[in-house]
Design a protein around this ligand. Structure first.
Ligand code: ZN
Length: 486
């Protein structure tokens, strides 16, 4: 009988495709899954008893800002503890490369804490990720906002000139050639809000040639969301790229219930082009503190402030009362800062999450002092709260939306399924107890019920702590395309 490096014995396999659970042993050798056989039949140097547990593919967090967290914090505990083995970085228009300016600046500081993590081209950034030996994998989008700052400096309140567009396009082209998986835009944000649809198309043109994806934090997720969706679809169509709409939501009380409009609008467009979207399982969003967002939120919590100490985790209403001023004034006084906004309808969140086009992404912000709980809680919350407790969808389908579907949409070759020949990215969890423990009050808290997480055959998480694995890598689009054909 063959002996393998690791055998996960007697578990119930959720293979990632949505297929019904089945009992099996799963064997790993090197960085691959090499055998799946009847329970109790495989032997390994390291055997894990998964009786009563589910063996799933490692989860793919399709919406993250973990670009440099992979370098600064290579155990990636906030993600590995949730069963995540791959993070898609560079979302919302902000990435760590390519960037040739000397200073990090305010916008880039959202995802970069150390100047040495800035990289003039994508290849050198990917090299830094690999050298850090993270516990889990990263796949990387290039941010349109980053390209803008890089080519336009501080003069961002206008459409880019033809020369600037050409430079951005060439940088994107070079990054895709070096292995980036696509481009993200964040037209909602000040650094990009003056970009026209034509500008984004001009810059994103190389996506069609390389087969890169286009992800969009749309210009508007509130009153004008349908128009913003049309703009996004137009960009994808004109450059010939597959689209992933980021963190789909209908934002603000006046837009509650509008999933009834947006989901059919997606469906119409999906008949003509490849479109998907990601969702996080909460009614609150989180980003920088913006006074124009205060009105539409029922409640605002501060996640960090560089100016005033002791603000993290506090309700902006209380801060304003204490200062004896309006919330807008209080916000101005503690800037620059980050915030959590309670601004979505629970029914909308559930409708989006259970739609056939939806996959799961956390949108967690790794460096916040008092982060949104989605950073530590997204995946166990979908499994425990939404699938098991509320019955929103079967466990097998919850796993599919975190694994194979995500891998297909982002073209992550040989990942997202428990299948012989695929990479050994695996998560063993207890379906009866798995749950998020991170809350808005206490957001830094690992999930319950996730025992063992393996990435490329090494333990990323084990027995409630980082497992010592250092087998994560920067996934390279060119290499993945070749592997897909092989
Ligand atoms: Zn975003």
């Amino acid at each position: 009988m063959a002996t393998y490096d690791i055998v996960i014995r007697n578990g119930q396999v959720a293979d990632g495709t949505g297929r019904k659970l089945f009992a099996a042993d799963v064997a790993v050798k090197g960085d691959r899954i090499v055998a799946i056989d009847a329970p109790g039949t495989l032997r390994g140097d390291n055997e894990i008893d998964a009786t009563g547990k589910v063996v799933a593919p490692g989860f793919i967090d399709v919406h993250t800002h973990d670009d440099t967290a992979l370098i600064d914090n290579p155990t990636m505990a906030m993600k590995a503890s949730q069963g995540v083995t791959t993070v898609v970085c560079g979302n919302c228009g902000v990435s760590a490369a390519p960037y040739v300016r000397p200073d990090v600046g305010h916008w880039m500081s959202l995802i970069i804490k150390k100047k040495e993590n800035l990289s003039k081209d994508f290849a050198s950034f990917a090299g830094k990720v690999d050298a850090a030996k993270p516990a889990i994998n990263g796949a990387f989008l290039i941010g349109h906002g980053t390209l803008r700052i890089n080519s336009m400096g501080d003069d961002l309140n206008r459409v880019a000139t033809a020369g600037e567009m050409k430079q951005m396009r060439e940088l994107l082209d070079q990054s895709l050639e070096q292995g980036a998986i696509g481009m993200s835009s964040g037209l909602f944000y000040a650094v990009s809000s003056h970009a026209s649809t034509d500008e984004v198309v001009e810059v994103a043109t190389p996506l069609g040639r390389w087969g890169g994806v286009y992800t969009a934090h749309m210009r508007d997720e509130g009153d004008h969301i349908l128009k913003a969706m049309d703009e996004t679809f137009e960009i994808g169509r004109r450059v010939g790229a597959e689209i992933i709409v980021s963190h789909h939501k209908c934002s603000g009380r006046s837009n509650f219930g509008r999933m009834k409009e947006t989901l059919p609008h997606f469906e119409e467009a999906m008949k003509k082009q490849q479109i998907a979207f990601d969702v996080y399982p909460y009614v609150a969003g989180s980003t920088i503190l913006r006074s124009d967002m205060l009105d539409r939120a029922d409640k605002v919590l501060i996640t960090w402030s560089d100016k005033v100490e002791g603000m993290s985790g506090r309700d902006l209403r209380e801060i304003a009362d204490e200062m004896g001023c309006s919330m807008k004034e209080a916000a101005d006084r503690i800037q620059p800062a980050g915030a959590i906004y309670f601004m979505m309808d629970e029914k909308d969140v559930q409708a989006a999450m259970s739609h056939p086009g939806a996959m799961i992404g956390s949108d967690g912000i790794p460096f916040d002092a008092h982060p949104h709980p989605r950073l530590w809680g997204t995946f166990p919350r979908v499994l425990g709260h939404y699938s098991r407790d509320l019955g929103l969808f079967p466990l097998e389908d919850a796993v599919r939306r975190m694994t194979s579907y995500s891998a297909q949409r982002f073209h992550l070759a040989k990942r997202g399924e428990v299948r012989t020949g695929f990479y050994a990215d695996l998560c063993v969890f207890d379906p009866a107890t798995v749950i998020d423990t991170a809350t808005f009050e206490k957001p830094i808290s690992p999930a319950r019920g996730i025992d063992t997480v393996i990435c490329n055959g090494a333990f990323a998480w084990r027995d409630g702590k980082p497992g010592g694995g250092q087998a994560g890598r920067a996934l390279n689009r060119q290499a993945m395309q070749a592997e897909d054909k092989a």
